[in-house]
Design a protein around this ligand. Sequence first.
Ligand code: TYM
Length: 343
Amino acid sequence: MSDDRKINELTEAAGRKRIYSAIQPSGQLTLGNYLGALRNFPKLQDEYDCVYCIANMHSLTVRQDPELLRERIYNLLALYLACGLDPEKNVLYLQSQVHEHAELSWILNCYTYIGELSRMTQFKDKSAKHADNINAGLFTYPVLMAADILLYQSDFVPIGRDQKQHLEIARDVADRFNKLYGKTFVVPEPLISKQGARIMSLQEPDKKMSKSDTNAGNFILITEAPETILKKFKKAVTDSEAEVRYDEENKPGVSNLINIYGAVKELTTEQVEETFRGARYGEFKMAVGQAVAETLAPVREKYEALVQDRAYLDKVLAEGREKATVIAAATLRDVYEKVGFVV
Ligand code: TYM
């Protein structure tokens, strides 16, 4: 047994399960990213061994302005910290600074089928949206994501619902590899919160709230000023009824607002309906806007201070890179041995 394999077994023996997740720095993060993923990260840091990545290599699947991408990497790190992630307790690192991601991704490409990748709805959506740039990276995107997760022997992956299909590929590939070569990867499980899992656009509630949306009225940014947040919620699309009732199919706008309020206030759908029984839509929308603005205000304040401090952010990245590399290198070495490379 190699020393690296032993390191991974020792980590497992320490008894703490590992959490892994990543976010792309391809835009300013939205309330969807916050409620679907980010907000859940700090809650896990005391009980689990957590690794959070800035997935900048994934961002290249869509054209990026280099200077802006670099800036957004720092912005995302500042946001991780502003949300309460302690760099002493969590590994916070940049994907491209740990070269094992690219290397394992190549190996896993050889264990993933074209048919599996062709079924990915995100690939279909993104190729429709970027018809002039349907590059190979866009197609093999889930393989890189599988490499991210599997390198760290991750037990649980907190994500929004849109990433569930990608996680299934990671599970299938891990399973396939383990069957061929003996236990190499932990097969990861998704962690998907109930209400924040799929936050929809405020103006077009039949599509997901997305940081790459061109209409700013559709999304709320985590770092947005409270007045803007309130204004956007005031304008959110509802329906011609006047009842705060959950019905995703017939009342997608109102249902989305119920989900947002429930996620922010940690209430069930029924409790939200009860709270706003008899309320007018105007009142309801203001209450949701206020709840969101109040939740995001402290995050924004911390973010604004942290993002100025490049020296500190660089230090966090350097430490994260070192810690991440220890784990990733151990897994990659084991994989190289298993497939028959000379290591
Ligand atoms: P990304 O950067 O698009 O989104 C980051 C996280 O936010 C969640 N999310 C949402 N949740 C609820 N409602 C929404 N409207 C919404 N929009 C986004 C996403 O589900 C995600 O959890 N491929 C990933 C990044 C990634 C990754 C990984 C994730 C790369 N490697 C390994 C987990 C593990 C992505 O593009 O997420």
